[in-house]
Design a binder for this molecule. Structure first.
Ligand code: GFB
Length: 309
């Protein structure tokens, strides 16, 4: 008999990739709900949904997410919405006897000045980066809640910590999105409107690691079926680049001929956050999408689905 798996957040960047993968796998019946059908912030709605659906497995990819500016401008939304979503889903998963739950956190749970590459053991060893503290605190509460269920009830509630993600179904809004989709949007708009320059945020010197959402989906599959420890596990590609280099790559992909202006009045965020991925690599997983073709694919998706000329 197939196992019922609830993928929370299936319309987002990460959840949609996980949905695509599990929809094609043998042995699973995938359950998804839109926000209109079940608002995960509504405890009663989530309770009713779990009573009726009774999933065997849960992947919690639903979250309020955004780039550096959105995190800074809306700390209440990032803290409160994420706490509500994860508390409702994790508590009800336990209540109806879900066999295994995978909670997804973020690399921003680690201290601003954690030694690089960041090992899982760096969690809570020194202060967080200010620009995304609200989101990080919510995600730390989520992973700790999973660990608490594991300790108190023996629940198989595990937590994966993905690095900066990108891919289809990303948010391309220039104000609220992460850097990679924001740059696709900005270079494309500048190209079609004939602008001579594009203004990017910060100094361009921070370094970030980027993982394609399809690679995260394959990591989630592996962890759900093979990872049993309540200890968190990093999910990344193990390589990072300067934001300036990323900008050049996207500029080239979009074929924008103008100049880049760096607005240093905007925050840089954490100087560097590259994950130590030895733990998940040791399980035989590795990413398949290289950054250049991943950016090409994300731009193609943007052109097909979002771009207005
Ligand atoms: O991806 P991003 O918004 O967030 O920004 P974080 C990464 C870097 O790109 C920062 C620079 O140094 C930004 O200043 N940047 C340059 C830009 N131009 C732009 C632009 O037009 N838009 C954006 N968004 N950035 C996020 C956290 O941190 O990482 C989240 O805020 C989450 O909570 C996520 O953890 C993974 O990488 O700094």
């Amino acid at each position: 008999m197939n196992s019922k798996i609830f993928i929370a957040g299936h319309r987002g960047l990460v959840g949609s990739a996980i949905h695509r993968l599990f929809a094609d796998l043998k042995g699973y019946d995938v359950i998804v709900r839109t926000r209109q059908e079940v608002d995960l912030q509504d405890s009663l709605a989530v309770r009713d949904f779990f009573d009726q659906a009774k999933p065997n497995f849960v992947i919690l990819a639903a979250a309020k997410v955004g780039g550096i500016k959105a995190n800074w401008d809306y700390p209440v939304d990032f803290l409160l919405q994420n706490l509500k979503i994860q508390n409702n889903v994790i508590e009800n998963a336990h209540r109806v006897g879900v066999q295994k739950l995978l909670f997804l956190g973020s690399s921003c749970i680690y201290p601003k000045h954690a030694p690089q590459p960041i090992q899982e053991e760096s969690l809570l060893t020194s202060p967080l980066e200010q620009t995304n503290e609200a989101y990080a605190i919510a995600k730390i509460a989520g992973l700790r809640l999973c660990q608490a269920y594991a300790r108190q009830f023996g629940s198989r509630f595990i937590s994966g910590m993905p690095t900066n993600m990108y891919g289809p179904f990303d948010n391309f809004d220039p104000e609220t999105s992460h850097v990679l989709p924001a740059l696709i949007y900005k270079f494309h708009q500048a190209k079609v409107s004939g602008s001579k320059s594009v203004t990017l945020w910060g100094t361009g010197t921070p370094r970030r690691e980027f993982l394609h959402s399809d690679d995260l989906a394959s990591a989630c599959h592996l962890l759900l079926e093979n990872y049993e420890s309540p200890e968190i596990i990093n999910i990344g590609c193990g390589e990072d680049i300067e934001i300036r280099e990323l900008a050049s790559m996207i500029q080239k992909t979009v074929d924008f001929q103008g100049e880049i202006i760096w607005d240093a009045t905007k925050p840089d965020g954490t100087p560097r956050k590259i994950m130590d991925v030895n733990k998940i690599r040791g399980m035989g997983w590795k990413p398949r999408v290289d950054l250049e073709s991943g950016i090409r694919g994300a731009y193609d998706w943007y052109l097909r689905n979002k771009a207005t000329n």
